[in-house]
Design a protein around this ligand. Sequence first.
Ligand code: IPE
Ligand code: IPE
Ligand code: MG
Length: 244
Amino acid sequence: MEDILSRIDLGALPAHVAIIMDGNGRWAQRLGRARIEGHRLAIPAVRAAVEAAIELGIPFLTLYAFSTENWQRPAEEVKGLMRLLYYVMEEEEEQLIQQGVRLHVIGNLELLPTEVRQRLEIALRRTAAGTRLTLTLALSYGARQDILQAVRALALAVQQHLLLPEEVDERVFRSFLWTRDLPDPELLIRTSGEQRLSNFLLWESAYTELVFLPVLWPDFRREHFYQAVWEFQQRERRFGRVLS
Ligand code: IPE
Ligand code: IPE
Ligand code: MG
């Protein structure tokens, strides 16, 4: 681990890393356990990602925890995940405060069970003074749903003459997105070997470097994070231009 860490250029870090935490179900299945066990035993991986980001000094980490489409999973799994979320916030809140983490959340929160939403609001309030890392949970999140709610809000602003259609540029548009307070992610990691975005940060990842790791999320540790950052640093980012 020291080895991979020493190869990272601390002067060329991504400011925002996003992770699609995937593979909990398969991890559980391999051990002949229920899917929810995979989710439960993925908590150390979440801690590892937070610790790695803090250790490197990366200010923004966004974790895809539950998608809009995940609501269509069996009711029992959804219920288990919501219960887990509630429990994790209670268990981890103090540690997050100690670490200087400010919790943030994006997604259609109205769909969350009331207790979960209330518990989330407490955690957001209690961690509000954190300055080392903004940890964003994408919960009940879908990028298409975000783009649609932004378009609706924009249309309303135009209808009310608060905005002219010709004033709508990228900066104005993004100010309506759930992600308006976050910089675009420079690095997006997906675990479990799947190579797709699954409705995550579609607008924001236009020029993001994608790193796909074979490790299943419950097995993810700090060295996997460092590995992905190192791989990011080997890429040549062009943004459509020709490099001289
Ligand atoms: C990711 O693991 C966690 C959530 C989507 C909540 P999965 O539950 O998708 O695990 P696999 O992909 O079925 O292995
Ligand atoms: C994406 O994973 C959502 C989260 C990790 C929260 P999924 O497992 O839901 O995505 P698909 O179904 O493989 O595309
Ligand atoms: Mg999955």
